[in-house]
Ligand binder design. Structure first.
Ligand code: ACO
Length: 323
């Protein structure tokens, strides 16, 4: 018998304030047309003053618990992916634990930037298959609006705030690819590419910093590495591309999403796309897209879902899940 991590709940939360591309035209030399044609982004949500990453994460987690018909103390753990935690410590995950009223189990953050949710899923899956937890809330939550340089038009128009949550539960499987749950994981990083995507500040340098990016370079790595990691994860699961029902990619740029789907030999009819409404929400983008995709009726029980992401590090990876 094989233990599988099966998705039993989904939820998301987006801050109330919606910012259309046109809002940037007042302060930057940019246009709705440029942003839309280069990135596919039309609008994004920004957190209100004082609204933190753990606030967004808590609301997404509450929505996932409600959808699954569970309470916080039904969880054994919370794994939260973020690069924009409220404080240096404690972790945003323990803040969510307290806000949910969860008085048992354990909680911790994972930081792998835009690939953070993939890394969090991998961690949660490892805890479940090794028998250390039976039910885990996996969250991606970010307030990237806090690390934007509002005078840099090549970055600040691309990102947004939000949170998504997935509840994984241990269920018995056969070890076959027909099992529901996580079928495979593929993780990668290469620290040599630090300078193409980073924040130029942090605790140890006693600065806050802003996101800096060489967009063209990131783009070049993204399509190639995303297709590669998705293929590796599919190979590990024994899944061929014609068995994939949905790709749920990191939502950074529609051109990256289209390029990756093409390399994988899949039409855009098999891709969940939310980048037009959310912008790039880093670690929150995949759980947001999963939750919105399920709400739209795109993802249903038994479907094979491939999630893939790349971000600062560079760090990248993919997870194959049978829904
Ligand atoms: N409005 C108008 N013009 C702009 C803007 C803007 N907001 N931003 C940049 N430009 C200008 C540039 O200054 C440049 O002008 P120049 O030719 O006079 O120097 C021109 O537009 C072209 O810029 P490029 O960088 O060549 O534009 P490109 O087509 O590469 O698109 C983009 C830029 C959208 C950043 C693209 O490179 C990209 O999406 N890269 C991937 C980055 C990404 O998604 N990162 C997210 C984090 S990592 C991840 O999640 C995958």
């Amino acid at each position: 018998m094989t233990i599988r991590s099966v998705v039993v709940g989904l939820g998301h939360y987006l801050p109330q304030r919606v910012v259309p591309n046109s809002e940037f035209e007042a302060t930057l030399d940019t246009s709705d047309e440029w942003i839309k044609s280069r990135s596919g982004i039309e609008r994004r949500h920004f957190a209100a003053e004082g609204e933190t990453t753990s606030d967004l994460a808590t609301k997404a987690a509450q929505n996932a618990l409600a959808q699954a018909g569970l309470t916080a103390n039904d969880l054994d753990a919370i794994v939260l992916a973020t690069s924009t935690a409220d404080l240096t410590f404690p972790s945003a995950a323990t803040m969510v634990q307290a806000a949910l009223g969860m008085t048992r189990g354990f909680a911790f953050d994972v930081q792998a930037v835009c690939a953070g949710f993939i890394y969090a899923l991998a961690n949660a899956n490892a805890l479940i298959v090794s028998g250390q937890a039976r039910r885990i809330m996996v969250i991606g939550a970010e307030t990237f609006s806090r690390i934007m340089d509002w005078s840099d038009r090549s970055t600040c128009v691309l990102f947004g705030d939000g949170a998504g949550a997935v509840i994984l539960e241990a269920q018995d499987g056969t070890g076959d690819k027909s099992d529901r749950g996580i079928l495979s994981v593929d993780l990668n990083s290469d620290g040599q590419h630090r300078d193409i995507l980073y924040v130029d500040g942090g605790v140890s340098t006693q600065t806050t910093g802003f996101l800096r990016m060489q967009g063209k370079e990131v783009f070049r790595h993204a399509v190639e590495k995303l297709a590669q990691t998705a293929t590796q994860a599919m190979d590990k699961a024994g899944i061929a591309s014609d068995e994939i029902d949905w790709i749920v990619p990191h939502q950074a740029n529609i051109r990256i999403i289209q390029g990756t789907a093409k390399k994988l030999g899949l039409s855009m009819d098999h891709v969940v796309v939310t980048v037009q409404d959310h912008g790039n929400t880093s670690a929150a983008s995949i759980p947001l897209a999963l939750s919105v995709g399920a709400e739209r009726g795109q993802i249903s029980r038994g479907d094979v879902v491939v999630t893939e992401a790349i971000g600062g590090g560079l760090a990248w990876g993919a997870v194959v899940i049978r829904w």
